[in-house]
Design a protein around this ligand. Sequence first.
Ligand code: MN
Length: 267
Amino acid sequence: MEKHILVTNDDGVLSPGLLALAQEMRKLGKVTILAPDRNWSGGGHVKTLDRALRMRELRLEDGSQAFSSDGAPSDCVALATLGYIKEPIDLVVSGINMGANLGHDVTYSGTVTAAMEAAIAGLPGVAVSLEIPEGFVGQIDFQPAAHAAGIAVRNVLANGLSSETLLNVNVPFLKQEELKGFRITRQGLRVYHSRLDERVDPRGRPYYWIGGDAPTGVSESGTDVGALAEGFVSVTPLHLDLTYYRALTDLNTWGWQDQANGPEGSA
Ligand code: MN
């Protein structure tokens, strides 16, 4: 049976990265596009509950049908999997994001959280991001990242992913022939250089921007950051169970139960 792939992103439905991804996915199955109508980069994992979601149908540059919503990337996946798209979906792929999503980026990233929403819906999710060098201007070639996405999705369709699992794929900014291959990695360390800028509006009230320089990372071998620095496509399996298992034993020595039963805890 032909596979049905949902393509979404967080840069907005008109992003050239989404178009490149959708075209690559068409080689693997039937593609449905449902993505946000605007840029949600850094929007994180969202469930919109306090307002209606509006849908629009449009055509992309290559004439392909697409749907957009005014919700977040994770809302788009929820809309599709909860019934806006009538045909059952086999896999969700999100991207190609303009900019890497490494280390601690994953909970900020609309690209990655769309794939997390797929995992919540019980579907395999793949997030694909392309590293873009700081200050780069010009035409972005999405082909190497699209090709890598094709390999990742083909592998997931062939092998499946265990429940609550998604893949975070990051592609270095290199030509196809310069890419060294794939590395299966763990989450690395991002270093943020955020700075709060306080300014004053025309009415004399202060307002704030979270600014500062772009994040960097610790290029440790075996990590997502390290793989990109070495010219490899990074594939990190992520799990929705964020429990830090090593802390369970230690926390259990803190005497919680004694405190609950003791004089301070009793009513
Ligand atoms: Mn983005």
